[in-house]
Design a protein around this ligand. Structure first.
Ligand code: NAD
Ligand code: 2HG
Length: 526
C-alpha cells in the first residue's frame, strides 16, 4: 500500500477516500524539521495552508509523487521545486468559492452596521446605540477588483442587496460584464466612485500592494475596503495609516502578509478595521468539498490515472523535453514580452510555426507562450499544465497554426497577441542548439537575445532621439550593453531595443517618454 501523510486538518470525508487506497497518517502541526525528516517515507502529502512545503522539505521527498492542496492558493508549496523533482501538485480550484464569497459579503454587512464593534462594546457592558449607527448597502456602489470565480459570486449577492457594481478585471470582456450587470471601469474610476471596494485577485507581482497610500488618497473618505483574497494586496501599513487618520470609513481583512498575523501587525486593534484569521474557506461544506476533491485526485494519481486539477507540469520524456526546451524558453520569453509591452489585458493569443518544426509537440511550446503571457498577471503557480485552462477561464482564445518555411529556411516562432489596441506580433528563432533570438517586433527587424532588462521604444527616426535616450540612461548610471534599431524608412517610425545592465531607476522611463519624437517607451525584464 502507498503511504499518505495528511499534515493539516482536512475533513474526514477526504481521509476516508484516501484510506481506501493507502495507509494514511494524520500528523498535524509538525515542526518543519520533523516534516522534513519523515517526508521521505510517503508517496503523497495532503495539506491546507498551514504546512509550508519548502524546498528543504522537498529535498527529502524521495518517494513523493503528489501533493494535494485542500484549497485554491498553492503559495505555501514550492511548486517550482516540486515540478523540478517531478512531484505533481493538485488543488481544489472551486471547492471553497462560495465560502470565500459569503465571508466577503458577511464582511460587507459587518462593516455597514459596525457589528463586531457593537458586539464588543456590549460585552464590555456598554449600550451605545447612536455610536454604532450604520448605513444601508442598498443603493450604494461596490467596486469589485478581480471578477473570477469568487468575484462573480460576490457580485450576484451584492446585486441582490440593491447595490450597483463597478468592476475591474483586465480579462473580463465588455460583453461578459454587460451580461453580469457590471459597469466595467478603469481602476482610478473604481477607486474614486465606489462606496465599498473588495479585492478578489490572486497575489501576483502586479497585485501585491496594488492598493497603497496613493490609491487610498483618491477614494471617498467614507470608503470601506474588504480583502478576503491574499494578504498584502492592500498595503497593510498604508491601510492602517489611512484608517487611523480617518481618511477611509473602515476595512475588513481576512488575510495577512504574514500568517498567523503577528501581534504587531499594523491592522490589528484599529477601531474601524475588523479582522478574521483567514476564515474565507472555513465552512463545513467547503472543507468537505476541498477534502474530497484532493483525496480523489491523490487516489487517482496513486493508481496511475491523471489528476483533474494539476497546477504544475506533467512529466514529459527527457528526450522530448531536451528537444523542445529552447523553443519552450523562446515562446515563454516572447509571451512575457507581449504581456509586458501592453497596458491592457491580452484577449487572444495566436502562435504561428513557420518552417520545419519536425515532430516537435508544438502544443507544449504554445503552452509556453501562454504561460509567458499570463505569468505577470496570475499567481506564480501558472505553469505548462494550467496555462491553457487559466487563459480559457479568462476568455483568452488560443490558436496555433503552421505555415511553410520562409527564404531563410530556419523555423520561426511568432506569437501574436490581441489587446485593446489591436494585434501585436513578435517573432523569434533558435540558432544552433539553444541560441534564442527575437527577430521582429511589430514588423520591425531586430536581433535581440531575450535576457535581463530591455528598454523598448517607438520613436520618430530623426537625428538626436537615440542620443538623448543614451545620455539620459548614462546620467542615471544605467549601462547600455547592446542596441538594435529597426525602422520603416528614413524619417518615419523606428523601434529600438536597448539591452541594459540594470533596471532604470524610478521615473526614468517617464523622462524618456518626454523626449521630443518619443512615441512609446517600456522597460521589460526577461
Ligand atoms: N480567504 C480565503 O480563505 C480564500 C479562499 C479562497 C480563495 N481565496 C483567494 O481569493 C482570490 C480569488 O480567487 P478565485 O478563486 O476567484 O480566483 P480566480 O482565478 O477564479 O479569479 C481571479 C480573477 O482575478 C483577475 N485578475 C488577475 N490579475 C488581475 C489584476 N491585476 N487586476 C484585476 N483582476 C485581475 C483574473 O482575471 C481572474 O478573473 C485568490 O487570491 C485566492 O487565493 C481566499
Ligand atoms: O485552507 C484554508 O483554510 C485557506 C484556503 C484559501 O486561502 C485558499 O486559497 O483556498
Amino acid at each position: 500500500m502507498p503511504r499518505v501523510l495528511v499534515s493539516d486538518p482536512i475533513a474526514p470525508e477526504g481521509i476516508a477516500i484516501l484510506k481506501q487506497v493507502a495507509d494514511v497518517d494524520v500528523k498535524t502541526g509538525l515542526p518543519k524539521e520533523e516534516l522534513a525528516s519523515i517526508i521521505g517515507e510517503y508517496d503523497a502529502l495532503a495539506v491546507r495552508s498551514e504546512t509550508k512545503v519548502t524546498a528543504e522539505v522537498l529535498a527529502n521527498a524521495h518517494k513523493l509523487k503528489i501533493i494535494g492542496r485542500a484549497g485554491v492558493g498553492v503559495d505555501n508549496i514550492d511548486v517550482e521545486t516540486a515540478t523540478k523533482r517531478g512531484i505533481l501538485v493538485v488543488n481544489s480550484p472551486e471547492g471553497n468559492t462560495l465560502a470565500a464569497a459569503e465571508l466577503s459579503v458577511a464582511m460587507l454587512l459587518a462593516l455597514a452596521r459596525n457589528i463586531p464593534q457593537a458586539d464588543q462594546a456590549l460585552r464590555n457592558g456598554e449600550w451605545k446605540r447612536s455610536k454604532y449607527m450604520g448605513s444601508e448597502v442598498y443603493g450604494k456602489s461596490l467596486g469589485v477588483i478581480g471578477l473570477g470565480k469568487i468575484g462573480k459570486e460576490v457580485v450576484k449577492r451584492a446585486q441582490a442587496f440593491g447595490m450597483s457594481i463597478l468592476g475591474y478585471d483586465p480579462y473580463l470582456k465588455p460583453e461578459q460584464a454587460e451580461k453580469l450587470g457590471i459597469r466595467l471601469v478603469d481602476l482610478p474610476t473604481l477607486y474614486k466612485e465606489s462606496d465599498y471596494i473588495t479585492v478578489h485577485v490572486p497575489k501576483t507581482k502586479e497585485t501585491s500592494g496594488m492598493i497603497g497610500a496613493e490609491q487610498l488618497a483618491t477614494m471617498k473618505p467614507t470608503v470601506r475596503l474588504i480583502n478576503c483574497a491574499r494578504g498584502g494586496i492592500i498595503d497593510e501599513a498604508a491601510l492602517a495609516q489611512a484608517a487611523k487618520d480617518g481618511k477611509i470609513g473602515g476595512a475588513a481583512i481576512d488575510v495577512f502578509t504574514t500568517e498567523p498575523a503577528p501581534a504587531d501587525n499594523p491592522l490589528l486593534g484599529i477601531p474601524t478595521i475588523i479582522t478574521t484569521p483567514h476564515l474565507g474557506a472555513s465552512t463545513e461544506e467547503a472543507q468537505v468539498n476541498v477534502a474530497i476533491d484532493i483525496a480523489e485526485q491523490i487516489a487517482d494519481v496513486l493508481s496511475g490515472k491523471p489528476a483533474r486539477a494539476a497546477v504544475n507540469m506533467p512529466s514529459v520524456s527527457a528526450e522530448v523535453l531536451a528537444r523542445i526546451q529552447p523553443y519552450l524558453t523562446l515562446a515563454e520569453k516572447i509571451g512575457s514580452l507581449q504581456s509586458q509591452l501592453t497596458t491592457s489585458g491580452v484577449r487572444a493569443i495566436e502562435v504561428v510555426y513557420k518552417g520545419d518544426f519536425g515532430d516537435l509537440p508544438t502544443l507544449h511550446i504554445t503552452r509556453g507562450a501562454v504561460k509567458g503571457v499570463l505569468d505577470t498577471v496570475v499567481p506564480e503557480s501558472v505553469n505548462y499544465v494550467n496555462a491553457p485552462g487559466l487563459a480559457a477561464s479568462r476568455g483568452i482564445n488560443i490558436t496555433e497554426s503552421r505555415t511553410g518555411a520562409d527564404e531563410s529556411g530556419s523555423p520561426v516562432l511568432t506569437v501574436r497577441a490581441e489587446t485593446q489596441s489591436g494585434w501585436r506580433e513578435i517573432s523569434g528563432t533558435v540558432f544552433g542548439p539553444k541560441d534564442i533570438r527575437i527577430l521582429t517586433i511589430d514588423g520591425y527587424r531586430v536581433d535581440v537575445k531575450p535576457e535581463g532588462f530591455l528598454l523598448v521604444t517607438k520613436h520618430t527616426d530623426r537625428p538626436g532621439v537615440i542620443g538623448k535616450v543614451g545620455t539620459l540612461l548614462g546620467d542615471k548610471g544605467v549601462n547600455i550593453a547592446g542596441m538594435h534599431v529597426g525602422r520603416e524608412s528614413e524619417g518615419k517610425g523606428a523601434l529600438m531595443v536597448l539591452l541594459i545592465d540594470s533596471a532604470i531607476p524610478d521615473g526614468g522611463v517617464e523622462e524618456i517618454l518626454k523626449i521630443d519624437g518619443m512615441e512609446n517607451a517600456r522597460q521589460v525584464q526577461l
